[in-house]
Every structure is written in structure tokens, then in C-alpha cells.
Write a protein that binds this ligand. Structure first.
Ligand SMILES: N[C@@H](CCC(=O)N[C@@H](CS)C(=O)NCC(=O)O)C(=O)O
Length: 236
């Protein structure tokens, strides 16, 4: 049975999990790889990141690639458009979620827990997030879905991005831009009532609580130091 290497707090994994739930796929197992962050994981997967789709040992990284693969292998119900142009629009919005929002938020995240914040990083990446929420506001659907009036891959990519903006951005000292982006705010309120979005959001919140507890107890810093030492030793 194929496996998706995933983790509760991984927004990129959450995007694929939301797709799997929305399509009602039951033959992809979800698993957190035991050696995530360790040299053996990096040996099998040079990019070293999750999600990864493991099809009988054939390992496929990158959330966007996995999402498109899943659409091809499990075409119904489709989370793409009814026409090539609709699909292109869905992919554009999904890229805003992935490249313009999640990627900047993911790199900004450590600044929310840094002992001394690097204001240059916060201004650069936080500024990009604010700018791109404004862009999204002009492009997102106004009927409760990101595009095409129904759940699509655009919603799957934007839900974890908005989770990060709401829950991580304020910790870096940057104001959450969503309340001032009326169309994004309306979509965000509406999509949280979708059962598949609600499920991944519950998983993301559970992961965030676990992470915060690990940080509070000091265990997270120890885990990070052990993983870095193992990686340095493997690369020496
Ligand atoms: N472009 C990748 C990004 C994946 C990514 O950054 N995953 C994070 C977890 S959400 C990760 O595995 N981080 C581990 C690391 O940075 O070493 C994708 O779309 O799958």
C-alpha cells in the first residue's frame, strides 16, 4: 500500500492530506518517518523534507508534484478545473499558497522563537507574506471556495498557508494581514467549516501544541542539536 510520509505540523504535508481526505482515498497510509531529520532519511531522500509519497519503495518528494500525481492516479472526484483555463487558475492560486505564502512563512517560522530576532529576515519575508496576501485578495473566489465554486487543489494549498499566517506570523512581530484582506478573510472563515479543511486544521493545531510543549520543556532544542550533530558527522 502506498504511504505518505507526513507530520501533523507540516503544512506541505497537510496540503496533500487535505486532498487525500477530500477525494476519499483510503489506500494511502499516513506515516511519520522515524528517521526524519536524520542522515538515513537524507540518504534516501536528498531533499530531506516531507511530504514524500512512498510507492513500494519508489520515493516521490515535493507536495505539488505529489498532489498532481494523486490527481492523475485518483481522478475522481476531481480537485482540478472543468477546463484547462480553470485548472490553470487553480494552479496559480495553489502556487500562491505554496511559493508566495507557505515558503516565506516556513523560513520565517524560526524567527518567532529566536532569542534575538533578525529584523532583516522578518522585514524581508514578512513583507513578502503581507504583499502576497494582498495579491491573493484580488484573485480568490468570493463564494466560500478559492476557485470554481467548489473544493479544489487551491483550497488544499491555501488552508495550511493561512494556518501559518494566523498562528506563526504574529509571533515574529508582523501583524496578521488577513483581517484587512476582506476576500481572503471571508474565504478563510468559510473554508474552516469544510470537513476536510477542519480535519487538517485540527491536525495542524495538535502538531503546533506538541511543538510548543517540546520548546517549553527544552526537548526541541536538544532534538535539533542531536539531528545537527548526526548530520555534521555524516557529512564530515
Ligand atoms: N517544497 C517542499 C517543501 C517541504 C518542506 O519544507 N517540508 C518541511 C516540513 S513542512 C520539512 O520537511 N522540513 C525539514 C527540513 O527543512 O529539513 C514541498 O512542497 O514538499
Amino acid at each position: 500500500m502506498p504511504k505518505l510520509y507526513s507530520g501533523d505540523l507540516s503544512p506541505y504535508s497537510a496540503r496533500v492530506r487535505m486532498q487525500i481526505y477530500a477525494k476519499g482515498i483510503t489506500d494511502i497510509e499516513l506515516e511519520r518517518p522515524a528517521d526524519f531529520g536524520m542522515p538515513s532519511f537524507r540518504q534516501r531522500l536528498p531533499i530531506g523534507r516531507i511530504p514524500v509519497l512512498d510507492i513500494d519503495g519508489d520515493l516521490m518528494p515535493e507536495s505539488d508534484v505529489i498532489a498532481e500525481y494523486i490527481e492523475e492516479v485518483y481522478p475522481q472526484p476531481s480537485l482540478l478545473g472543468a477546463t484547462p483555463r480553470e485548472t490553470a487558475h487553480i494552479r496559480t492560486l495553489a502556487r500562491i499558497g505554496d511559493v508566495y505564502l507557505m515558503n516565506n512563512m516556513f523560513m520565517l517560522g524560526p524567527q518567532s522563537r529566536a532569542e534575538s530576532r533578525d529584523q532583516g529576515i522578518v522585514d524581508l519575508l514578512g513583507g513578502q507574506v503581507v504583499r502576497n496576501v494582498k495579491a491573493l485578495d484580488k484573485m480568490i473566489g468570493t463564494d466560500g471556495h478559492a476557485a470554481c465554486g467548489r473544493l479544489t487543489l487551491a483550497d488544499c494549498a491555501l488552508v495550511p498557508a493561512l494556518f501559518l499566517i494566523e498562528n506563526v506570523l504574529p509571533g515574529t512581530g508582523v501583524e496578521n494581514p488577513v483581517p484587512k484582506a476582506a476576500n481572503v478573510a471571508a474565504w478563510w472563515a468559510a473554508i474552516q467549516t469544510n470537513e476536510h479543511a477542519a480535519k487538517v486544521l485540527a491536525e495542524l493545531h495538535r502538531g503546533l501544541e506538541e511543538r510548543r510543549e517540546l520548546i517549553r520543556s527544552g526537548a526541541f532544542a536538544k532534538m535539533m542539536a542531536a539531528a545537527k550533530a548526526a548530520m555534521d558527522a555524516a557529512e564530515a
